[in-house]
Design a protein around this ligand. Structure first.
Ligand code: FCB
Length: 465
C-alpha cells in the first residue's frame, strides 16, 4: 500500500504531538503527588474498562527521557503535555511539593535540549481530590485555587514555557464528569454541572490574568467544539441541533469570543441555566483576549429530537436536552466508534471563522485515531488506517487555511498509547505503541509517516526562502 500524499501547509506552520499527565505519567503516589479525582474514580469498581487505572500508565514519569528522544526523532516543533496539579500542590492549594515542581523542570529542560518547544496544559481533568471534597468545580473557590496554581506554574516555568493552555476540553470536565457521569467525579447533575461549566470558564479567565501578570504572552484555552449536523430538515431536528450547539459549543464560545451567554440557553436548560453562580463581572473575566484557541477534533455529531429522559425539567441532568445522536455518515469508524468525516473538520473551522470576528488564531491541539493495532510477525505495527486518518484531517486543515482560517499548528493525539480514561487501555491512539507488560515503546508506521511529513514540510519551506 502506498502512503498518503503529504498535505501542504503554510510556511511557519508548526507540528507537534500531545499527551496528558494522568494518561501517561503513572507514579501516582510517588514523590509527594496527591490524589486527583481520576485516581479516586479509576479505583472505584465498575468505572473504567477492566478496572484500568493510571497508577503506572505508560510510566512516563520514569521514562520521559526516552519519550523525548522519540519526539526528537519525530522532528516535532512543539510538545503539548499537561502538568498534574497534584504534583505541584498535593491538596490543590497551600503546601507546595518541591519534588513535583522538579519533575516538570527536568521534563522542560530535556525538551529544550532536544530543540522542542514545550506547550503546557494546566488542567487536563485531574482535579485535586481535596478540592472535589470541598465542592469541586461546582464552587467558585475552585476557580480561585486554579488561578493560584496557574500563578505558581507560571512563576516556576514561565522563563522556559512560552505557550500555555489553561483548560483542556471544559465540556468534558463539566458535562461528561458532572452530568453524564462517565468521567470523574462521575455524578449525574443538572445545576451542579452548569455551575461547573461556569466556574471552569471563570477559572480560565482568572488563570489568564495570572499568566499575563507573570509576563506570558502566548496564552489560550483548548476546546472540543463539535460540528453538529441535524438528522433532517424538519423544524424539530433543527431545534435539537440548536440545543446541542448550545450544550457543546456556544456555552464556551459565546462568553469567550462574543462577551455574552448563549442565546438559546433557556430553550436548552429551562430554569437550570441562569444560576446564582453568575456574577456581574464574570463575562469580563472570562472574555479576556487570548493569543490562540486550541481545538481538539475527532468526529462530527448528528442529532435528532428525542424525548427528555426526565419529564420534570428540575430532575434533568445538564446533558438531558431532548436530543439523541444518530450516525448517518456511512463512513468507517475508529475503535472508539467515532465516524471518520474529515470534511466536517473543515466545516467546523470555517464556521468558527465566519461566526466570530474576534476568534484568535487557531491551533489544532489534538487530532488522531484509535485503531485495532496488532504487532506483525516482523515486530512492526502497520497502521494504515491511522496514517490515512491523519493525512485526511491534515488535508482538511489545509482546506480551511486555503479558505482564510488562521490555523497555526497541528498536534497529533497522541505520542504514545495511553490510558484512555473510562475506556482504559483498550483504545490505542499512539504514534508509538506501548507494550503494557514490558512498557517497551515501538514506533508505528504512522510515526514514520508523520516524521517524513514534517521533514518534507521543512524542506519545502527552505526552498521557498
Ligand atoms: C480528548 C482528550 C484526550 C484524549 C482524546 C482521545 O477528549 O482531551 O485526553 O482522551 O480525547
Amino acid at each position: 500500500m502506498t502512503s498518503p500524499a503529504f498535505p501542504v501547509l503554510p510556511a511557519g506552520f508548526r507540528f507537534g504531538a500531545a499527551t496528558a499527565a494522568y494518561q501517561i505519567e503513572g507514579a501516582h503516589d510517588e514523590d509527594g503527588r496527591g490524589p486527583s479525582i481520576w485516581d479516586t474514580f479509576s479505583h472505584t469498581p465498575g468505572r473504567t474498562v477492566a478496572g484500568a487505572t493510571g497508577d503506572t500508565a505508560a510510566d512516563h514519569y520514569h521514562r520521559y527521557r526516552e519519550d523525548i528522544a522519540l519526539l526528537r526523532e519525530l522532528g516535532v516543533d512543539d510538545y503539548r503535555f499537561s502538568i498534574a496539579w497534584t504534583r505541584l500542590l498535593p491538596e490543590g492549594t497551600g503546601q507546595v511539593n518541591a519534588q513535583g515542581l522538579d519533575f516538570y523542570d527536568r521534563l522542560i529542560d530535556e525538551l529544550l535540549a532536544a530543540g522542542i518547544a514545550p506547550a503546557a496544559t494546566l488542567y487536563h481533568w485531574d482535579l485535586p481530590q481535596a478540592l472535589e471534597d470541598r465542592g469541586g468545580w461546582r464552587v467558585r473557590d475552585t476557580a480561585e485555587a486554579f488561578a493560584a496554581y496557574a500563578a505558581l506554574a507560571a512563576d516556576r516555568y514561565g522563563d522556559r514555557v512560552h505557550r500555555w493552555i489553561t483548560l483542556n476540553e471544559p465540556y468534558c470536565s463539566a458535562f461528561v464528569g458532572y452530568a453524564e457521569g462517565r468521567h470523574a467525579p462521575g455524578t449525574r447533575e443538572g445545576r451542579g454541572a452548569l455551575a461547573a461549566a461556569h466556574h471552569l470558564l471563570v477559572g480560565h479567565g482568572l488563570a489568564v490574568r495570572a499568566l499575563r501578570a507573570a509576563g506570558d504572552q502566548d496564552v489560550g484555552i483548548t476546546l472540543n467544539l463539535d460540528r453538529i449536523h441535524a438528522a433532517s430538515d424538519r423544524a424539530r431536528d433543527f431545534a435539537a441541533r440548536r440545543r446541542a450547539e448550545t450544550l457543546h459549543n456556544d456555552i464556551w464560545t459565546e462568553p469567550l469570543f462574543a462577551g455574552r451567554y448563549p442565546a438559546h440557553e433557556t430553550e436548552t436548560w429551562a430554569s437550570l441555566a441562569d444560576g446564582p453562580w453568575r456574577r456581574p463581572d464574570d463575562l469580563k473575566v472570562i472574555g479576556a483576549p487570548l493569543d490562540f484557541v486550541g481545538l481538539n477534533y475527532y468526529r462530527p455529531i448528528c442529532v435528532t429530537a428525542a424525548p427528555h429522559r426526565a419529564s420534570d425539567a428540575k430532575q434533568r441532568t445538564a446533558v438531558d436536552v431532548g436530543v439523541a445522536e444518530v450516525d448517518p455518515y456511512g463512513t468507517r469508524h475508529t475503535t472508539m466508534g467515532w465516524p471518520v468525516v474529515p470534511s466536517a473538520f473543515t466545516e467546523l473551522l470555517r464556521h468558527l471563522h465566519a461566526r466570530y470576528p474576534r476568534l484568535p488564531p487557531v491551533w489544532i491541539t489534538e487530532n488522531g485515531s484509535a485503531e485495532a493495532d496488532t504487532v506483525a510477525p516482523d515486530g512492526q505495527i502497520h497502521d494504515p488506517d491511522r496514517t490515512r486518518y491523519l493525512a485526511d484531517h491534515l488535508q482538511a486543515v489545509a482546506d480551511a487555511v486555503a479558505a482564510e482560517v488562521d490555523v497555526r499548528g497541528y498536534y497529533v493525539w497522541s505520542l504514545l498509547d495511553n490510558f484512555e480514561w473510562a475506556r482504559g487501555y483498550d483504545q490505542r491512539f499512539g504514534l508509538v505503541r506501548v507494550d503494557y507488560d514490558t512498557l517497551t515503546r515501538t514506533p508505528k508506521d504512522s510515526y514514520r509517516w508523520y516524521r517524513d511529513l514534517i521533514a518534507a514540510h521543512r524542506a519545502v519551506r527552505k526552498d521557498a526562502r
